[in-house]
Ligand binder design. Structure first.
Ligand code: GRF
Length: 211
């Protein structure tokens, strides 16, 4: 059975959706860069090993990345899932896990990389917002997109209402993509996400999964 590790920084609702999805793999550990991340308790309550590697205890990004990589490698995962992990990872770290590390981002990439994506979407006046799962490469939120779920923006939306509807889609989309990877169907090939058995560029999901 394939093994995966989840990295979090906070609440861990995406982590919860992954752990509760009955994925065809075993979660070896949940690791946070913040010892106070609420998600760590959620992982422990599900009987998953947890670890915290506080980035504030390291003099440089490289040293933190090295300690984090060592902790991850200890569990020999086939897949690393970033789930609300809010530290920028250096190139060496990313290269080490390239092709076996995914991230979920709360926008329809390449629109609105970075933070405050819902405010960015409202300010831009887009009619469709959503979330993306992508392979992680050194370009921040810029790796090959695997799948997306779109959420219509409503006239009376504010940050919080839009975030809520996007998050509901995240909770469906990420386990679906993780399952593809753990089943051996999803690969990073020549810089593109390839999903066996479907279109060469993996399943763009045009409609809200909750519809
Ligand atoms: C999610 O919106 C995720 O896409 C973003 O940060 C948020 C984390 O939420 N990167 P949670 O910790 O999974 O609840």
């Amino acid at each position: 059975m394939k093994r995966y590790v989840i990295l979090i920084s906070g609440r861990g609702s995406n982590m919860g959706s992954l752990l509760d999805a009955g994925l065809p793999g075993s979660c070896a550990a949940v690791i946070s860069n913040r010892p106070d991340a609420a998600g760590l308790a959620g992982a422990a309550a599900r009987g998953i090993a947890t670890a915290a590697i506080d980035h504030r205890g390291f003099a440089s990004r490289e040293e933190f990345d090295a300690a984090l990589a060592a902790e991850i490698e200890r569990h020999a995962p086939d897949l690393v899932l970033l789930a609300g992990f809010m530290r920028i990872l250096g190139d060496a770290f990313v290269r080490r896990f390239e092709g076996r590390m995914l991230n979920i981002h709360p926008s329809l990439l390449p629109a609105f990389p970075g933070v405050k994506t819902h405010a960015q979407a409202l300010a831009a006046g887009v009619r469709l917002h959503g979330c993306s799962v992508h392979f992680v490469t050194p370009a921040l939120d810029g790796g090959p997109i695997v799948a997306q779920a779109a959420v219509p923006v409503q006239a009376d939306d504010d940050d919080a209402s839009l975030a809520r509807r996007v998050l509901a889609e995240e909770h469906l989309l990420y386990p679906r993509v993780a399952r593809w990877f753990l089943e051996g169907r999803l690969q990073l090939v020549d810089g593109r996400a390839r999903l066996a058995g479907e279109l060469p560029v993996a399943g763009a999901l045009h409609a809200p999964l909750t519809a």
